[in-house]
Design a protein. Structure first.
Length: 408
């Protein structure tokens, strides 16, 4: 393979008689370079966005979450007694959530109201997510504190500073028919004073309202029932082992999910978007790779005399084919190499200096995260495209060589 590679290198890097060949070869290299760099940068941006959302969710979601398989509520006392004997569990919090209609000022939205007990703040780092006000979920005769998610707070224009305006939440009363003449007679309502705003991912905080557990129980009329047990594990605990142990102890009536499983649908969307983007970029690059075919065919036509000379010196059709196949792969490799340099340098600059900024967000610059597996897949895919683009011109070179033999 040394001889075909040597000849291919001479064709690529030495001066050619026709400047058009030089230009077309440079364009072919540029296509592979731009394609490689763009793929690395875009996939790294998507990885960074996924990592940011995962970090936000992980700071809010518990290590493990226990929910009933059937129904929405259950009595937590028996479960708590069983879980207290399992090693690795640090804190357990009872929670209850359901949909409500919330009205604040002139705004009205459908929200997800979540009642939490005092242990909840030991599981979730709410203070780190706070962007306005304070995490105050106290309940008294004339005060019920509530913390709103960032998206719904913006939608309702929630004010937490020196504000005495309450948000009103409504849910249908159980066992009571809707009264068209007096709608409020068939609704359970509560007045909440917004005390703080937390920022999560758009999907997580678009409709979230946090209140104390007793308020949620009264509003949803569940008695002592809860909707879930949220668990924080010790730092030294083996999460998968503790999850299996809890599942075995509680049995089939309960579902025990870790953080990834709690947001499985959201992460699946990220992966789908990522690989759909990758497929579209690959298709675009495949179409652009036809330029490489044109460059190699023109090179074959220009070097037809060289092919005859090589044939007369004993080079067979296989070696001629290898020369132009190596030429195409050299163009591809040069483009991939330059593209990797450009892409990796940009990723490093974005991660270090935040070149691409985001205005009006809680992060200063667009998150980016490089995965070397992505780089490996990109190199393999583009190398495959370069190989496919080189097959026809290499076969064409063999045809010219055979024609030369017949002419003699």
């Amino acid at each position: 393979m040394r001889f075909p590679l040597f000849i291919a290198g001479r064709y690529l890097f030495s001066k050619k008689n026709r400047n058009a060949i030089n230009i077309i070869s440079a364009i072919a290299v540029s296509i592979f370079m731009i394609g490689t760099a763009v793929m690395i940068i875009i996939l790294s941006f998507l990885n960074g966005l996924e990592l940011l959302v995962r970090d936000l969710n992980n700071s809010f979601d518990p290590d493990l979450k226990v929910t009933p398989v059937h129904g929405k509520h259950f009595e937590p006392d028996s479960c708590l007694g069983l879980l207290q004997h399992i090693n690795g569990i640090d804190v357990i919090s009872s929670t209850l959530e359901d949909n409500v209609v919330v009205r604040y000022g002139e705004g009205q939205e459908i929200a997800r109201l979540k009642g939490v007990d005092p242990n909840y703040t030991r599981i979730n780092e709410l203070d780190t997510l706070l962007v306005e006000g304070a995490v105050d979920l106290r309940r008294s005769d004339d005060f019920i504190g509530a913390v709103f998610g960032g998206t719904i707070a913006a939608s309702l224009n929630i004010q937490t500073r020196l504000s005495t305006t309450n948000a009103t939440v409504y849910v249908p009363m159980k066992g009571v028919e809707y009264n068209h003449l007096n709608p409020e007679a068939s609704l359970q309502l509560e007045y909440l004073l917004p005390t703080g705003v937390i920022m999560l991912s758009e999907e997580s905080d678009k409709d979230l309202i946090l209140v104390n557990l007793n308020t949620a129980r009264e509003l949803f009329q569940t008695g002592k029932g809860v909707g879930a047990l949220e668990i924080k594990l010790m730092e030294t605990a083996n999460r998968s082992e503790v999850q299996k142990t809890i599942q075995n102890v509680l049995g089939d009536r309960f579902d025990v999910r870790n953080q990834d499983e709690q947001n499985e649908s959201a992460y699946r969307v990220f992966k789908t978007e990522k690989w759909a983007t990758f497929a579209i970029l690959t298709l675009v690059l495949l179409i652009a790779a036809f330029n490489t075919i044109g460059a190699l065919i023109m090179l074959v036509l220009e070097k037809s005399k060289d092919i005859y000379i090589l044939t007369s010196m004993g080079a067979g059709s296989r070696q001629i084919r290898r020369i132009f196949l190596a030429e195409g792969m050299l163009i591809t490799a040069l483009g991939i190499g330059l593209g990797c340099v450009v892409g990796l340098v940009f990723v490093w600059m974005q991660a270090t200096y935040g070149v691409v900024k985001i205005d009006g967000s809680f992060v200063d610059s667009f998150p980016i995260h490089l995965k070397w597996t992505d780089v490996g897949v990109i190199i393999l895919i583009i190398s495959g495209l370069g190989l496919l683009a080189s097959l026809y011109p290499a076969g064409k070179a063999s045809t010219i060589q055979l024609s030369g033999n017949r002419a003699r």
